[in-house]
Design a protein around this ligand. Sequence first.
Ligand code: ADP
Ligand code: MG
Length: 303
Amino acid sequence: MYVIESEDLWKTYDGRRWALSGVDLRVREGEVLALLGRNGAGKTTFIRIACSLLKPTRGSVRVLGMDVTQESSRVRERIALVPQEGRPSNLNTPWSHVYYYLIARGLPRSEARVRARRYLQSLELWDVRDVICGNLSGGMRQRVLVAMALATEADVLFLDEPTIGLDPLSKQTVWEQIRDSAAEGRTVVVTTHNMEEAETIADRVAIIDEGRIVASGTPEEVKARVGYEYRVDLRGDGIEASELSSYGLVRRIGDRYRVYLSDSTARELLDLAIARGWTASLSRTTLEDAFVLLVGEVEEHAG
Ligand SMILES: Nc1ncnc2c1ncn2[C@@H]1O[C@H](COP(=O)(O)OP(=O)(O)O)[C@@H](O)[C@H]1O
Ligand SMILES: [Mg+2]
């Protein structure tokens, strides 16, 4: 049983270009799914459809077993959203945003007070709870939106780039709270193009590009799909991409060459680097490498 299930989901805004082209996505209860993609990949479109804010052109999404188009009001009672580029209103305080949002969702006042306090504290906004948002930093304002969504303790949370504009410490605070929500059994979909974020908080990731899911699974599974376990970065005189390509897949990054390869060829390439006097460094491939390779491949096919 999946908490979120999209089937063959298509969306066009203008009748000419597809923002989503047949997206199948399933999310299990209590799982954090990171939807990864570049700008314009279709992440926000997916989130808005799943939250019943936008109608699909074709296909459907079920949330908690309910069709989001046909049962939108019942779905909305069970979900919460941090919208992309949302902003709390400048004239209200963090406290009033969270507290009155909970009241509007039907919580009794005493419960709303307890929750508002708990989430403002955990998102490190308690000390500024009575300061109007217009006088807070951008990162604090963003955390107000996160606090509003998490404080609902809704069964399903949709967070569209929740850590955009946050400093590294605030990011970690938000990551911790997202993990805590999942640990309490809530299901979370978070969009991001931050690979560290995905590797830190996600149980599973789905990479979306040009409206299509190009890979999904645990971060380990997605990395394994790419097929290269290691990468070697090389810098030095007289490096020729053509010579390197017999070792693996070569990418040029600034003044370096990066070669994606497997265990055995990595050794041979390091020997070559030593013989030639190049600077070489070996590392395991990361989710970011997998992302670049998968999304890059799609582009090559398309071109
Ligand atoms: N309101 C809209 N009207 C027309 N096109 C849109 C609209 N919103 C998004 N798009 C287009 O749909 C595609 C996917 O956008 P979006 O879902 O916002 O991607 P992401 O959130 O991954 O950056 C892009 O090509 C974008 O230009
Ligand atoms: Mg977006």
